[in-house]
Design a protein around this ligand. Structure first.
Ligand code: C5P
Length: 137
């Protein structure tokens, strides 16, 4: 069997001053619609992960993040049927602007212990215990 194509997606745990994490619901018409994910997206050719995340956060949420405010946390990895997803997760506590759902997505700020109540793509779900350990409940 040929190896699965590797797809790189970057994601971020945006954490507000109340220790809540931002989740975005994948909109209708997209693969995995209705599931909740950490914001982010696919790397474009030639982009570094941090550049990609800064672009995605501007496009999807209308916020400006400085590269120095993005700290790498861990990696998620999942073999979907047609590609293998590799997804570094960053954490970010400081940004400029107000978070807005610019792509029609529903947004929710949730406490770490509430994350399990939101159905997530299989790549994102294993990140939950990691975030609970890091941020507390
Ligand atoms: O967001 P986008 O549709 O570009 O992501 C490509 C694919 O990566 C999705 O179809 C999904 O399978 C996967 N993905 C994921 N978790 C995320 C973002 C994307 O599993 N947080």
């Amino acid at each position: 069997m040929p190896p699965l194509k590797l797809t790189l997606v970057v994601a971020v745990a945006l954490v507000d001053t109340d220790n809540r994490i931002l989740l975005a619901q994948r909109p209708e018409g997209k693969q995995l619609a209705g599931l909740w994910e950490f914001p982010g997206g696919k790397l474009e050719p030639g982009e570094r992960p941090e550049e990609s995340l800064i672009r995605e956060l501007r496009e999807e949420l209308g916020i400006t993040v400085k590269e120095a405010c993005l700290a790498p946390l861990t990696f998620a990895s999942h073999a979907y049927e047609s590609f293998h997803l590799l997804m570094p997760l960053y954490i970010c506590r400081r940004w400029e602007g107000f978070v807005q759902p610019l792509e029609g997505q529903t947004l929710k700020w949730v406490r770490p212990h509430e994350l399990r109540a939101y159905p997530m793509p299989p790549a994102d779900e294993p990140l939950i215990p990691f975030l609970i350990d890091l941020l507390g409940a």
